[in-house]
Design a protein around this ligand. Structure first.
Ligand code: SAM
Length: 363
């Protein structure tokens, strides 16, 4: 196995990635970075498998680094990437660009760019071992299959590409650069649709399509639209105005209040709760805690956005997750999603689900 690791992340999240890795992987040594791209030297005999879990919230994608390709032409860069891949047999090629600027800067959304798609095509054309590629390898956006081996090519700068290698695990490593090809529907009333859709797909929460969901911080309603489109029944809790088209939906109900003003009985039949409030993480956590720990409320799963108004709050993420576990959620995971700005998404699940009121069946 190669002895370097690469990580790509949001621009601005690099110190958070370094701090996470220093905590979890003490023997990794930071080697090189550009905004949104880092490499680390791994210890000898690291014993990591090709699909190991980095357990990082802020890494959007990672894998073993095979090194840098530098050349004047795209063809020469592509050939150099295949040379770095050596005799590794891969079923897929993932190509993406390092983020151009901070997420949200002048509306910037990290994504798979047309340039990355064109370079994917070029890499496939120049692949020296086409017979090992999978039948779906031609489609740059189709998620890879579990256990497939992937050649990664990160377009770090003009004339500078980096090659990497990873094995596909169950979630984000299926997508190039950890980025899903989601498009905001034309009728979406806010870009929160993207966050909700990505959060649901990434977390794979076992939320039934007809689930009853309470959404705290629902206005204007893009996230509600994503839930409603799946067939969910949504109670939107927000003192602000909802978009008229969301209000008009037969499975949507607006409770125009702050979460703290909502009577607990509103939550009695609710099993899933999401929150996306423009407040500090401890406020969001306190508001959610008050609801989920109430003796008459039985929430099975959570999907929360925690805002990080200052990057320095990244160091508190482990404590936030511990707090959520203390409410009885035994499966808790977090990720800075492609469509998150300076914030993270946390998914939490009680599995198996045990209702607090004795004698009641699971729903
Ligand atoms: C980022 S926006 C939510 C976007 C929304 N999820 C969507 O899909 O369009 C944050 C919302 O949190 C709401 N908010 C802030 N504090 C709140 C509280 N204590 N209870 C309920 N909503 C709150 C704000 O009114 C605002 O509409």
């Amino acid at each position: 196995m190669p002895d370097f690791l690469y990580v790509t992340c949001q621009i601005g999240a690099e110190p958070a990635v370094k701090a996470e890795l220093a905590r979890r992987w003490r023997a990794f040594r930071f080697a090189f970075s550009r905004p949104g791209f880092l490499t680390f030297k791994l210890p000898e005999e690291h014993g990591l498998t090709v699909d190991f879990d980095l357990e990082s919230v802020f890494a959007r994608a990672y894998g073993f680094s095979l090194g840098k390709a530098a050349a004047d032409s795209e063809e020469a860069l592509a050939d150099s990437v295949w040379k770095l891949a050596g005799d590794r047999r891969v079923q897929r090629v993932h190509v993406w660009q390092r983020d151009r600027t901070e997420a949200g800067d002048h509306g910037y959304e990290p994504s798979i760019t047309p340039e990355a798609i064109a370079m994917h095509r070029l890499l496939l054309e120049r692949c020296p071992c086409k017979q090992s590629l999978g039948t779906e390898a031609d489609d740059p956006l189709r998620p890879a299959k579990l256990h497939e081996k992937v050649l990664d090519c990160i377009l770090v700068a003009p004339g500078e590409w980096w090659a990497g290698y990873h094995g596909v695990g169950p979630a984000a490593s299926r997508y190039p650069g950890g980025m899903m090809a989601l498009e905001l529907p034309e009728d979406a009333v806010s870009r929160a649709w993207l966050k909700m859709e990505e959060g649901l797909r990434w977390s794979r929460l076992p939320m039934p399509n007809d689930a009853r969901v309470a959404e705290i911080g629902s206005a204007p309603g893009g996230a509600s639209q994503a839930l409603l489109a799946r067939g969910c029944e949504v109670i939107g809790i927000d003192p602000a105005e909802m978009a008229p088209e969301v209000l008009a939906h037969s499975r949507f109900r607006h409770v125009r209040k702050r979460s703290t003003q909502v009577r607990r009985r509103e939550f009695r039949k609710i099993r899933w709760l999401t929150a996306d409030m423009n407040v500090a993480p401890n406020y969001t956590l306190a508001a959610v805690e008050e609801i989920v720990t109430h003796p008459e409320v039985n929430i099975r799963g959570l999907l929360l956005t925690l805002k990080l108004p200052q990057w320095s709050l990244a160091k508190d993420v482990p404590a936030y997750l511990e707090r959520i576990r203390s409410w009885g959620y035994n499966q808790v995971m977090a990720r800075q999603l492609q469509h998150n700005r300076r914030e993270i998404c946390v998914a939490a699940l009680q599995s198996p689900f045990r209702r607090k009121q004795a004698g009641k069946r699971d729903e």
